[in-house]
Design a protein around this ligand. Structure first.
Ligand code: MTE
Ligand code: MO
Length: 546
C-alpha cells in the first residue's frame, strides 16, 4: 500500500503531472490483481475441502488435470507418461497453477470495470471444472458440488476484497502540500481513505488466512493415504516371500536383475492422484453376461485359495530396448474360478475391467479362463501390493500387455462382448487384444560403452510370456547370428536372462539380439512403433573396443 501512498503524493502537484493521465483516486492495478488472486486461491481451497469432505477424489483441479491427460492424443499421452515418467504430472499441475494465477489476477482487475466481468471468468472456470469432473469415467452429479462451492467462494471473496478498493476510488483525494491549506474536509477524506485501506488489508488477511486454514484442513482430512498405508503395513496375508531360483540367473554382471527390485518396477497409470482404498471398503462386482452377479469383499477374496506365480509385466508403450517391463512374484486368486462361480454366458468374449479411478480395459475372456493363471493379485513380491501398483487388488494376466489386462485398484468386472464396449486405451487407437510380442534386449555392454578388445561378454533379457523363450541369438556388426546361453526360469510367464561371448577387434561395433519363442517363431526384425499394439524390431547397442 506504500505504492498507493506515493501515487497520491505525486498526484497532487497539478494537471501537468502524472496525475493528469492517471486518476489519483484509483487503487493501483496490482491491488486489484492481488484481490483476484486471493479470491481465486480461497475458491480453490473451499472446493478442495468440499471434495475431500464429500469423499470425491481430490479437487476439481485434479479432475481438470486428468481430463487434460485424457484429451491428450493417445500416443502423446502414453509417451509422456512413460517417457517423462514421474515428472510429467508435477509439470502439468505446475503449469495449470501458473495459468490459474494469471486468470485470477485478470478476474480481479476486471472487477474494477464492472461486477459482471469477473463473474464471467468464474463461470468459465467453473464450466471447465464441471466438464472435467463429469467427463471422468465414473462421475455423478454430486461430484459437481465442489465446483459450485468454488465458484460461490470466488464471487463472494472477490466482492468482499474489492468493496473497499471501489470505495477508495470514490473518496476524493485530500489536498495536501499544494498551495491551498488542507481544510477539515481534506482531513475527513484522509481519515476515510486510511480506514478504507485498512479495511482492505484486514479483509485480504482474513481471506488469505481462511484459504490457508481451509486448504490445510483439506490436506489433513484428504490424507487418507497415510491411514491406508498404515493398514497396508499391518496386513498379514496368506502369501509367501519368493526365492529367486538359481536356474533363472545367467550370472553375468550388468544383466537386469531377474526379480525386479520394487523401487525400479515401472509404473504406468493415468490417475494423477492414485486411489487410496481401505481394504475393508473394497468390493468387487462381477456382472454382465453371467448367470449370477458375484460381489466379493477383500475378506471373501482371501477366503479363496491363494496361488502364487512369477509373471513378467510389460507395457505396450515399451520401445525396443526400453525398460517398461518388470518381473515380480504375484499372489492372488485365480480369475477362472471366480468367473466360473458367476457362470459366464455363451456369446461373451471380453471382460470390461474398471478401476476405482475409472480407468477401464477390456480383456479377452479366454485369457482369464484358460490355464495361464490370470489372477486378482493381492500381493507383490511377498507383501501386500504397493498402493501405486494397485492396492488392495489388481489384475495380472500372463501374456497380455498391461493396458488390456493389468487393472490396478480393480473394482468391477463386466462380462461382455468386444463388439459392445470400448475401453480407455482402445478408444484411443490402441489394439483391442494386446498379446505381448516376443522381445529381447541387450543390457551389457551398455550403448556407448568402451570395452577391451578380445572376448567380450554380453547379456540381457528376452521375453515371450505365455509361450516361453526357446533361444536367443546375437549378431556382431551385422554378421551371422550366433547362439547365446539362456537361463531356465521356472515358468514361461517370465523373462529369461541370456549371455554370450563375442570376439571383437579394436574399433566401433554394433551388437544386436533376437529371440525365438517356444512355438518356433523368430522375433521379427521389422521395425514397428509401439502404437497400436507394441513395438517390434531387434535391439542394438553401439560400443567401442580398444
Ligand atoms: N487403474 C489403472 N490400472 C492400470 C493402468 C492405469 O492407467 N490405471 N495402466 C495399465 C498399464 S498401461 C500398464 S502397462 C500396467 C502397469 O502396471 P504397473 O504400474 O504396476 O507397472 O498397469 C495397467 N493398469
Ligand atoms: Mo502400459
Amino acid at each position: 500500500m506504500s505504492e498507493d501512498g506515493s501515487h497520491e503524493a505525486t498526484a497532487v502537484p497539478g494537471p501537468a503531472g502524472r496525475a493528469a493521465r492517471r486518476d489519483p483516486r484509483r487503487a493501483p492495478r496490482g491491488t486489484w490483481s492481488l484481490a483476484g488472486v486471493l479470491a481465486g486461491l480461497a475458491g480453490l481451497a473451499t472446493s478442495y475441502v468440499t471434495a475431500v469432505a464429500l469423499g470425491v477424489r481430490e479437487s476439481p483441479v485434479v479432475a481438470v488435470a486428468e481430463a487434460l491427460v485424457r484429451l491428450t492424443p493417445g500416443p502423446v499421452a502414453e509417451a509422456a507418461i512413460g517417457g517423462l515418467g514421474s515428472a510429467s504430472k508435477p509439470l502439468l499441475l505446475a503449469g495449470m497453477g501458473a495459468a490459474l494465477l494469471l486468470v485470477f489476477a485478470f478476474a480481479g482487475r476486471r472487477q474494477r470495470r464492472a461486477w459482471w466481468q469477473p463473474l464471467l471468468v468464474w463461470l468459465a472456470l467453473g464450466a471447465i471444472g464441471a466438464a472435467a469432473v463429469l467427463s471422468a469415467p465414473v462421475a455423478t452429479v454430486p461430484d459437481l458440488v465442489p465446483v459450485l462451492v468454488g465458484v460461490v467462494t470466488w464471487l463472494f471473496a472477490l466482492s468482499l476484497l474489492t468493496t473497499p478498493l471501489a470505495r477508495l476510488e470514490r473518496i476524493a483525494v485530500p489536498r495536501v502540500g499544494a498551495g491551498a491549506e488542507p481544510g477539515p474536509e481534506d482531513s475527513r477524506r484522509a481519515t476515510a481513505r486510511a480506514a478504507t485501506r485498512r479495511a482492505f488489508l484486514v479483509r485480504a488477511g482474513v481471506v488469505a488466512a481462511g484459504a490457508v486454514v481451509v486448504g490445510a484442513a483439506g490436506r489433513l482430512v484428504g490424507r487418507p493415504r497415510r491411514a491406508v498405508e498404515q493398514t497396508r503395513r499391518l496386513l498379514r496375508l496368506p502369501i509367501t516371500r519368493p526365492d529367486v531360483p538359481d536356474a533363472a540367473l545367467v550370472g553375468l554382471e550388468g544383466v537386469t536383475p531377474w526379480q525386479t527390485p520394487l523401487p525400479e518396477f515401472y509404473l504406468i497409470h493415468t490417475a494423477i492422484v492414485v486411489p487410496t482404498i481401505d481394504p475393508e471398503q473394497w468390493e468387487l462386482r462381477i456382472h454382465g453376461m453371467v448367470d449370477r452377479e458375484v460381489r466379493l469383499t477383500y475378506a471373501d477374496l482371501l477366503a479363496r485359495e491363494v496361488t502364487e506365480q512369477w509373471v513378467t509385466l510389460t507395457c505396450v508403450s515399451n520401445p525396443v530396448g526400453g525398460d517398461l517391463v518388470g518381473n515380480a512374484w504375484w499372489s492372488g486368486v485365480r480369475l477362472a474360478g471366480l468367473l466360473a462361480e458367476a457362470g459366464v454366458q455363451p456369446g461373451a468374449d471380453a471382460v470390461l475391467q474398471t478401476s476405482a479411478d475409472g480407468w477401464t480395459c477390456s480383456t479377452p475372456l479366454d485369457a482369464l479362463t484358460d490355464d495361464r493363471g490370470a489372477m486378482l493379485a493381492v500381493g507383490m513380491d511377498g507383501a501386500p501390493l504397493p498402493i501405486e501398483h494397485g492396492f488392495p487388488v489388481r489384475t495380472v494376466v500372463p501374456g497380455l500387455y498391461g493396458y488390456v489386462s493389468a487393472t490396478k485398484w480393480v473394482v468391477d468386472l463386466e462380462v461382455t462382448r468386444f463388439a459392445d464396449v470400448a475401453a480407455y486405451w482402445t478408444q484411443r487407437g490402441w489394439g483391442e487384444r494386446g498379446p505381448v510380442k516376443t522381445s529381447s534386449r541387450v543390457d551389457v555392454p551398455r550403448s556407448g560403452a568402451e570395452v577391451p578388445a578380445g572376448d567380450v561378454r554380453c547379456g540381457g533379457v528376452a521375453w515371450a510370456q505365455g509361450t516361453g523363450i526357446a533361444a536367443v541369438e546375437v549378431a556382431l556388426d551385422g554378421g551371422a547370428w550366433q547362439p547365446a546361453e539362456i537361463a531356465s526360469p521356472p515358468t514361461d510367464d517370465t523373462w529369461v536372462q541370456w549371455a554370450a561371448t563375442v570376439e571383437v577387434e579394436p574399433g566401433e561395433h554394433v551388437l544386436r539380439v533376437r529371440a525365438t519363442d517356444k512355438s518356433g517363431a523368430v522375433q521379427t526384425g521389422v521395425v514397428r512403433d509401439v502404437l497400436p499394439d507394441g513395438a517390434t524390431g531387434w535391439h542394438e547397442v553401439d560400443f567401442t573396443a580398444s
